[in-house]
Design a protein around this ligand. Structure first.
Ligand code: DAH
Length: 353
């Protein structure tokens, strides 16, 4: 190749590039760059051929070639910079017009409450477990120390499903989250500390504080030498995290077949200044109805029969358990007075949170 041929080729590359640039859109810019300036691009290859020219010619042609290289790179940069920008005058839309407000979703108050409760227990070393909504009689009742036909089953009016489990018993909609304790103890090795929130079902008439479907949070611990003291400490730490450090808890005896001893746990009323507040303010408080306390949980030390049913020796292993109605917590946290509001899908409720 002589000088003239070389210059001719250079001019052809420039023409090719410019017509390519005129035709391409933003997406084609990278390809154009590779075609001319890439490692195997035509300009790169042409510059490489300079090695066959005598030194004097090489200097002159090299300068021309490099000048074109810079020119192409600059033109590419210019187009890239402009590619993202929109020419306001040319656009067929009025880009200065205010947009329509886009409705943002938000979490349901029950989901927010579950998240808060999970957070609180996770800080205390609990992990999260899950269980099915359609449950077997064995997990919902029997392993929890409710024998068949035992009157304690009457405490939980049950929806049965028209399907049978492997032992021929009707499946049911779980009436509480306690079966998750059994499933967890049977599938994981202790030491265990888990919480599990979810929907439960009872055949009950709907009013301001009852629904046929509601939510519970279950928690339990299985380890060595666990006592009521561990339960009290854990629940107090949790309540103070959720309601503030002045919150107090009170235990009173109660019966649940799967714990012994069993207790109802109340928290000092967060609205009228706790069970320790002046009696006058207590009497007027509509939330605790003047008692100073709000009952929030059932709890207790896990019954030895339950530990046995899960395959452990109750001499070696002990634990505590608790169950809370999530709607009650949500009502306290968000000042909602009627439980039906959680299920009515009224956006005005969500928008206040
Ligand atoms: N499962 C009980 C219910 O739904 C609540 C409960 C009470 C859970 C005591 C517990 C417990 O784990 O220890 O009425």
């Amino acid at each position: 190749m002589n000088q003239a041929d070389w210059k001719n080729k250079l001019a052809l590359i420039r023409d090719g590039f410019l017509s390519g640039l005129a035709k391409t859109d933003a997406a084609g810019l990278a390809e154009l760059e590779t075609r001319h300036l890439g490692r195997k691009g035509d300009l790169t290859l042409l510059l490489r051929e300079l090695k066959d020219f005598p030194i004097e010619e090489r200097k002159v042609l090299g300068a021309l070639g490099n000048a074109l290289k810079e020119e192409l790179a600059a033109k590419l940069d210019e187009r890239k910079a402009g590619a993202g920008a929109v020419d306001l005058k040319k656009s067929q839309f009025d880009l200065t017009m205010a947009g329509y407000p886009f409705p943002k979703g938000s979490l349901h108050p029950l989901t927010l409450t579950i998240n808060k409760m999970y957070d609180g227990f996770q800080k205390l070393g609990f992990t999260i477990a899950e269980g099915p909504l359609i449950e077997e009689d064995y997990f919902n009742f029997e392993a929890l120390n409710f024998p068949p036909d035992h009157p304690a089953r009457d405490m939980q009016d049950t929806f049965y499903v028209d399907l049978k489990d492997a032992s021929g018993k009707d499946l049911l909609l779980r009436t509480h989250t306690s079966p998750v304790q059994i499933r967890t103890m049977k599938s994981l090795r202790p030491p265990l500390r888990t919480v599990s929130a979810g929907r439960v079902f009872r055949s009950e008439a709907v009013d301001a504080s009852h629904s046929f479907a509601f939510h519970q949070l279950e928690g339990f611990c299985l380890d060595r030498n666990i006592t009521m003291a561990d339960l009290k400490w854990t629940l107090e730490a949790f309540m103070q995290d959720l309601f503030g450090s002045s919150a107090k808890i009170a235990f009173s005896p109660s019966f649940f077949p799967f714990v012994e001893p069993g207790a109802q746990v109340a928290v000092s009323c967060v609205f009228c200044g706790s069970g320790a507040g002046p009696e006058q303010s207590r009497r007027a408080c509509p939330v605790c109805k003047g008692t100073g306390w709000i009952e929030l949980l059932g709890a207790g030390v896990i019954h030895p029969n339950v530990i046995k049913a899960c395959g452990y020796d109750p001499i070696d292993w002990s634990g505590f358990a608790f169950g809370a109605g999530i709607e009650r917590f949500a009502m306290l946290l968000y000042g909602i007075k009627d439980m039906r509001m959680f299920y009515e899908n009224d956006l005005r409720i969500l928008k206040q949170l």
